[in-house]
Design a protein around this ligand. Structure first.
Ligand SMILES: Cc1ncc(COP(=O)(O)O)c(C=O)c1O
Length: 451
C-alpha cells in the first residue's frame, strides 16, 4: 500500500458523508465572502511538513472555508448567471472524479467520450445543426467562444478567404469573452449597431459590412451572434444573421452560453429560429442546464474545421492524431481534459428530456411572476421586456448607491444574492432565474426589500 493510502477507508467515509450532507441541504445556505484577515485567522497553516491529516483538513474546509464561499445553487442566488445542478449531476461528478478518466483522446477515454458525444449530439440536435456536427466540453463559455472563433479564423485562412489581420462582427452586447478572445487571437471586433432591444439584425449587419472598405471586408471572417445576452437575456435575430452570413460566405458563431438552454422550451423556441445556420455554437450546461461547474459545450457544424485549427502536433502524439476526428483534445485549446460533460450526460440520462423541458419552463414561470410583480408595484418599472429568464428593472428614485445597499443588505441578512447592473448608462436591478427551485415567494422577498 502506498503511504498516501493509509486510513483511506475512514477518510472515504467522512468525505462521502460530508458530500451527501452538502448535496442534501435544502435549501443550501447562501453563506458568503469573509475578509482575508478573518480567513487567515480561522486556522493555523494548513500545508505543513507533516500534514494535518484528511479528517482535520476536511473539518477546516467544512466548518470554516466552505462557509466563506457563496452557494450559487441557493434558489435566491439571482445575480450574474447562477448555477443549479441536479442532485444526480452533482453526485455523478463524484464518480467522474473517482474514475480519473482523461477525456482527451479516444484511446484514453473512449467510453467517456462516447457518452459525452451523446450529450453533444443532444445539444446539436436542439439547435438543428445537422448530421455530422460535433464538438466537446470545455471549462466555460469563454473557452468555447475562443475555440469557435479560432476554428473560424483558421478555416478562412485555409480557404484563402482571409487577407490581413482578422476581424469579427458583433454587437456591443456580445459577452466580454468575445472581446477577450479577439485580444488573444489578435483580431479586431467590428461593432454593429443593435436594434431597439440591442439585437443584431440582418439590415444592420449588411449596412456595417458594406460600409467597410474592400480591404477591411476581406479581414472579416466571422459574425458572432448572442442567443441570450448576459445583461438582458435578449436573443439576436438569428435568422437574419444566418441570411447575412450565407450571402457573404462568413462563419456564424452563436454564443448561447447562458441562453442556449431556452431551445428546450416550446414557449420561446421561436426566438432561436436561424440558429441552425451556426457554424459553431456554445452552450453552458453549468448555467441554465443544471450541470455542476465547469461544463460548456462547443459544437461545430464541421468538427474537422476545429480539428484542423486546434490539433496539437508532437512526435509522441502522431499515432493518436490519426484518430483526430474522435479526439476531444482536437476541438478546443486544451490537451489534458476532465470528462466534464459526464455529469450533464448522467443527469439527462437519469431524468429524461421532458423533465429538463419542465424545469426550464418553471424558471420561465417565475420570471413571468417577477415581471408581473414589477409591473404591479408602483415603485418598480421594467427597463426592457424580457425574452428569456433575465429581468432588468428600475426602482424609481434610487441612486446607484441605493442599489448597492439593497444588494449588500440582502446578502448580510442572508436573504438573497443580487447585484445591480448598468443598462443604457443607467444603474438598475437585474435578476437571473435559472434555478427551478426558486419560488414566487423568493421573488417577493427580493422585491419587498426595495419598497
Ligand atoms: C452569453 C455569455 N457568453 C459567455 C459567457 C462566459 O461563460 P463562462 O463564464 O462560462 O466562461 C457568459 C457568462 O455568463 C455568457 O452569459
Amino acid at each position: 500500500m502506498h503511504s498516501f493510502d493509509e486510513q483511506m477507508q475512514e477518510l472515504a467515509d467522512e468525505i462521502i458523508r460530508y458530500s451527501l450532507y452538502r448535496v442534501g441541504l435544502d435549501p443550501v445556505p447562501l453563506d458568503g465572502p469573509k475578509p482575508l484577515a478573518d480567513l487567515a485567522a480561522l486556522f493555523p497553516a494548513n500545508i505543513t511538513e507533516e500534514g494535518i491529516g484528511g479528517t482535520e483538513a476536511l473539518r477546516r474546509f467544512a466548518e470554516g472555508y466552505s462557509l466563506a464561499t457563496l452557494s450559487s445553487d441557493n434558489p435566491r442566488f439571482l445575480a450574474f448567471v447562477p448555477n443549479a445542478p441536479t442532485k444526480a449531476a452533482t453526485l455523478f461528478d463524484l464518480v467522474v472524479s473517482a474514475s480519473n478518466i482523461c477525456g482527451s483522446t479516444w484511446i484514453e477515454g473512449a467510453g467517456a467520450v462516447y457518452l459525452e458525444n451523446e450529450a453533444i449530439s443532444f445539444l446539436a440536435n436542439l439547435a438543428g445543426m445537422g448530421e455530422g456536427s460535433g464538438g466537446t466540453f470545455v471549462s466555460g463559455g469563454s473557452a468555447g467562444n475562443l475555440a469557435g472563433l479560432v476554428a473560424a479564423r483558421e478555416r478562412a485562412r485555409y480557404r484563402g478567404d482571409l487577407v490581413g489581420r482578422g476581424a469579427v462582427l458583433a454587437s456591443a452586447d456580445a459577452h466580454s469573452s468575445v472581446t477577450m478572445a479577439a485580444r488573444i487571437m489578435d483580431v479586431d471586433v467590428i461593432l454593429v449597431d443593435g436594434d431597439e432591444k440591442g439585437r443584431l439584425t440582418e439590415e444592420a449587419l449588411e449596412r456595417r459590412y458594406t460600409s467597410l472598405n474592400e480591404v477591411d471586408r476581406k479581414r472579416v471572417f466571422a459574425v458572432t451572434a448572442t442567443a441570450g445576452v448576459t445583461n438582458t437575456g435578449i436573443v439576436d435575430l438569428l435568422a437574419g444573421v444566418k441570411a447575412f452570413k450565407e450571402r457573404h460566405n462568413l462563419w456564424m458563431h452563436v454564443d448561447g452560453a447562458y441562453g442556449g438552454a431556452g431551445l428546450l422550451s416550446n414557449r420561446i423556441r421561436h426566438l432561436y429560429d436561424g440558429i441552425e445556420g451556426a457554424d459553431s455554437f456554445v452552450v453552458d450546461p453549468h448555467k441554465w442546464l443544471f450541470a455542476p461547474f465547469d461544463c460548456a459545450a462547443v459544437i461545430y457544424r464541421r468538427p474537422t474545421d476545429a480539428a484542423y485549427a486546434m490539433t496539437q502536433e508532437a512526435s509522441y502524439l502522431e499515432d493518436i492524431n490519426e484518430e483526430r476526428d474522435f479526439n476531444p483534445a482536437s476541438f478546443a485549446y486544451h490537451l489534458t481534459r476532465r470528462s466534464r460533460g459526464l455529469p450533464f450526460w448522467f443527469s439527462l440520462a437519469t431524468y429524461g428530456i421532458a423533465r429538463y423541458r419542465e424545469a426550464i419552463d418553471k424558471t420561465l414561470d417565475v420570471t413571468k411572476y417577477a415581471v408581473d410583480q414589477i409591473s404591479a408595484r408602483p415603485y418598480l418599472e421594467m427597463a426592457i421586456e424580457p425574452e428569456t429568464s433575465i429581468v432588468v428593472f428600475r426602482r424609481t428614485g434610487w441612486s446607484s448607491e441605493d442599489y448597492v445597499n439593497w444588494s449588500n443588505s440582502l446578502l448580510t441578512k442572508q436573504i438573497a444574492f443580487v447585484q445591480p447592473t448598468t443598462f443604457r448608462g443607467e444603474r438598475l436591478a437585474r435578476l437571473c432565474f435559472i434555478n427551478p427551485n426558486t419560488t414566487n415567494q423568493d421573488v417577493d422577498l427580493v422585491l419587498d426589500a426595495m419598497e
